[in-house]
Design a protein around this ligand. Structure first.
Ligand code: C5P
Length: 306
């Protein structure tokens, strides 16, 4: 009886949420801004590869974080803890959500690879902002959450929306939109991380951007319900060439995979994940098996989440 009561009260103090990964279906770099960041335009979609976070209110003075993956730093620099602090220090009183103020023990279960261009850390931060904000019932308006999100990182505002979106500026301008694709995406994980900063620096060092495309940023604009082949020809990423210059082994891998699979692969964000649209899970299974046998790499079939 006692144990049952304890379990119930713990459950009442704990809430779990999922935090999806993203793919950049298109990404255009418009130029470098005075603040050193880059002006971007990108069509982003959330996918059904998700981390999980659980939040438990605790009677302690400080917040704590645990994670099932050893590579994730658990100190103050972690985006999840930074998100909690952003809310606490928000100047908008309605963003200081919990009264009386609470401490949190947060458990993070990682499924999204780190440094892979899939936005895992940013998504964790956005999920934290939303979960803690929702808890109070009268939380901050989306505009205030967006301000907090933008201070945390360029991809964080996108993840507040649970929708495909066209993202502009440094990432703070998010326009939710539609993306109808009944197939899915095969993600291929090269097994190493890419540094976002190094890839943007490499973009700046390249004075010749003549290979860039004038394709439309919305791959669904003139084909609202494409098949995999129709979608694939509409995808592009201005950061692919710089990422390949910084990581020549990524370029070699991409070339080998394209030859083996007979498909064009795309980079998400600054990498390292490569992907291609596929029409069915069965097709993806066949490709995944070929990738495993020939290059000993992990891959995963994933679909749009919303
Ligand atoms: O904002 P985020 O933490 O994702 O950015 C990591 C690094 O990538 C930044 O410090 C910056 O060097 C670079 N970056 C950029 N322009 C962007 C986004 C990121 O130059 N729009």
């Amino acid at each position: 009886m006692m144990a049952a009561c304890q379990a119930e009260s713990t459950a009442a103090l704990t809430r779990s949420v999922t935090a999806p990964a993203k793919l950049n279906l298109t990404l255009r770099v418009l130029g470098r801004r005075p603040d050193g960041f880059h002006e971007l335009e990108s069509f982003l979609v959330p996918i059904d590869l998700c981390d999980e976070l659980s939040f438990t209110r605790v009677a302690r003075d400080s917040h704590s974080l645990e994670c099932d993956t050893p590579d994730v730093p658990l100190g103050d620099e972690n985006l999840v803890l930074r998100a909690v602090r952003e809310l606490e220090s928000s100047t908008n009183p309605s963003a200081q959500t919990i009264h009386p103020p609470a401490s949190w023990h947060i458990r993070l279960t990682k499924r999204v690879p780190i440094g892979a261009g899939l936005g895992g850390g940013s998504s964790n931060a956005a999920a934290t902002l939303k979960a803690i904000n929702d808890w109070s019932g009268n939380g901050a308006p989306i505009a205030e959450l967006t301000n907090c999100a933008a201070r945390l990182g360029s991809d964080v505002p996108f993840f507040l929306h649970d929708s495909p979106a066209i993202v502009r500026g440094r990432g703070e301008s998010v326009t939710p939109t539609q993306a109808a694709f009944s197939g899915g995406f095969l993600l291929i994980f090269p097994g190493f991380a890419c540094s976002t900063r190094r890839v943007f620096d490499a973009f700046d060092q390249d004075s010749d951007h003549s290979d860039r495309t004038d394709r439309t940023i919305d791959p669904f604009a003139d084909h609202p319900s494409p098949n995999a082949e129709q979608l694939a020809v509409r995808l592009f990423n201005d950061l692919t060439a710089p990422a390949f210059r910084v990581y020549p082994k990524l370029e070699r891998l991409c070339r080998d995979l394209q030859q083996t699979l007979g498909r064009t692969l795309h980079l998400t964000g600054t990498g390292s994940t490569l992907f291609c649209p596929v029409d069915t899970a069965d097709q993806a299974r066949v490709l995944a098996e070929t990738i495993r046998q020939t290059l000993d790499l992990n891959s995963l079939f994933t679909q749009l989440r919303f």
